[in-house]
Design a protein around this ligand. Structure first.
Ligand SMILES: [Zn+2]
Length: 260
């Protein structure tokens, strides 16, 4: 970080810091944050302060946006970049929050050239270089009680990380100590196995939505990595290891540590 950027960052942290009482009051209700160390919580509050300074929130359907809503979303988004580049969520600004699930209508052109009309109800959506759109009902229910494998904030912001090097395809920019070959092979094998199980009506411990495409696979396994690392590790330790290297966090060790 150059000295001007460092100066500006410190200024934002000093002048716009999230009030500690408000921060504590909200984050103590979010189970996925409870296993963080004191040092990690301090860093998370700093990252969340910078996040809130840079992002704008818009309430759709006249939803009134509260500080608690913003902290709930910022803290879990920044949990993902706790040990990543501080600029990982740069390049876009707006977060749109609907009171509940929202409907989208669009035309999708499939590989065979046919145009399909989609009319879906969604809990979240992340646009390439555009906004993140979230349903507050879903954010609240998956933030304030632990729902293993389900966290719409982590899901949509994983898409944003994936989009840092182009469209969401399950391949975010990797670190120098990682290889594209190992990442691709490991995640492809797990993705193919999941699809094979679903095609053969077999039970899978991983949410079947992950089989939609490689981009959704990465977003869903990221949800498990932060909310149910033991399930992801048991399902595929090699995938867990790749996410551990990518996020630079050992969520399994952290969750075990918090049990003692
Ligand atoms: Zn998705």
């Amino acid at each position: 970080m150059n000295f001007i950027k460092r100066y500006l960052t410190r200024r934002i942290l000093q002048k716009h810091a999230i009030a500690f009482n408000e921060w504590h009051e909200v984050t103590r209700r979010i189970p996925v944050l409870q296993s963080l160390s004191t040092t990690e919580k301090v860093r998370l509050r700093q990252l969340s302060t910078l996040f809130l300074y840079k992002k704008t929130f818009f309430g759709a359907k006249n939803l009134a946006i509260t500080n608690a809503m913003q902290i709930t979303i910022a803290s879990q988004a920044c949990l993902q970049i706790l040990n990543l580049n501080i600029d990982s969520f740069n390049g876009w600004i707006e977060i749109v929050i609907y009171p509940g699930a929202f409907r989208v209508k669009r035309n999708i052109t499939s590989a065979d050239g046919l145009v399909h009309h989609q009319n879906q109800s969604l809990s979240g959506e992340a646009w390439d270089r555009g906004p993140v759109i979230l349903s507050w009902d879903d954010v609240a229910s998956e933030s304030y009680s632990l729902q293993p494998g389900h966290n719409v904030v982590i899901h949509e912001f994983a898409h944003k990380l994936d989009m840092l090097n182009g469209r969401a395809n399950g391949m975010p920019p990797l670190h120098p100590n990682m290889t594209i070959e190992t990442w691709s092979r490991t995640l492809s094998q797990a993705y193919d196995l999941l699809n094979h199980k679903i095609d053969n009506f077999q039970h899978s411990t991983i949410n079947s939505y992950a089989s939609t495409n490689p981009g959704e696979f990465f977003a869903v396994i990221s949800e498990y990595f932060f909310t149910a690392p033991d399930t992801l590790f048991q399902y595929c330790p090699e995938v867990y290891e790749q996410l551990k290297q990518y996020y630079r966090q050992d969520t399994l060790q952290r969750s075990n540590r918090s049990l003692f």
